[in-house]
Write a protein that binds this ligand. Structure first.
Ligand SMILES: N[C@@H](CCC(=O)N[C@@H](CS)C(=O)NCC(=O)O)C(=O)O
Length: 210
């Protein structure tokens, strides 16, 4: 299976951490993509194999022998169900819905991260400080909500926790550590899980430029 990736993407990182946590990395070929910073507002050039793989032209994209999955949600679903025996997210029942409740907050934060990043990459005359402020407000609200969830976190580094840890890591990397003041218990939890080999191996780095 081929997985299209970059080292900067938090959506890619949640998939890569899930793969490492399950110990199934030998099942994948990781294909690096390059992105011009113009991606925020323009259709940019890509290698034909990437364009052929996904009409959405976003990462992650997973190409299997039978089908292509073009977002991290369906890829995580596939990895968890088909390759992971539901070890990262319960198939059904209360545990599933509790995990999805937390994960949807973490995903909302990652969406805000990427929208904010795209806005920051616009030229100065086009950039909206109001929009950037709105995304930051959303991120801090999500951190405050996840802070309340920390006492209920399970001992398992599951898909909800993976996604939460990736959101914390991306915020610190791109936007600094203000969030730690809003969510001190979450920050202490993050400092522990950030030491896991799966998190260490996937530390974010700048996207290779096309
Ligand atoms: N909901 C999608 C979001 C994927 C996404 O937005 N990926 C970003 C990189 S972090 C991307 O490829 N952006 C390029 C673009 O929008 O042109 C997922 O879960 O995978």
């Amino acid at each position: 299976m081929r997985l299209f990736v970059t080292p900067a993407s938090p959506w890619v990182r949640r998939v890569r951490v899930a793969i490492l946590e399950l110990g199934i990395e030998d099942r994948f070929e990781f294909v690096q993509t390059k992105w011009s910073h113009k991606w925020a507002t323009q259709a940019v050039e890509h290698r034909p194999e990437f364009l052929e793989a996904t009409p959405v032209v976003r990462i992650p994209a997973l190409v299997t022998a039978d089908f292509t999955l073009t977002d991290s949600h369906s890829i995580c679903d596939y990895i968890n169900g088909e390759l992971g025996s539901f070890r990262l997210l319960a198939r059904e029942g209360a545990a599933r819905w509790r995990a999805l409740a937390d994960m949807s907050i973490a995903c909302g934060m990652i969406e805000a991260h990427i929208l904010r990043r795209a806005e920051l990459l616009r030229s100065e005359g086009e950039r909206s400080d109001d929009f950037i402020g709105k995304m930051k407000d959303r991120e801090l609200r999500c951190f405050a909500a996840l802070e309340k969830r920390v006492p209920h976190f399970s001992d398992t580094f599951d898909l909800a926790q993976i996604t939460t840890a990736v959101a914390c890591g991306y915020e610190s990397w791109r936007y600094g550590d203000e969030w730690r003041g809003v969510a001190p218990m979450l920050a202490a939890w993050y400092d522990r899980v950030a030491r896991r080999p799966s998190m260490n191996a996937t530390e974010p780095a700048e996207t290779p430029q096309a």
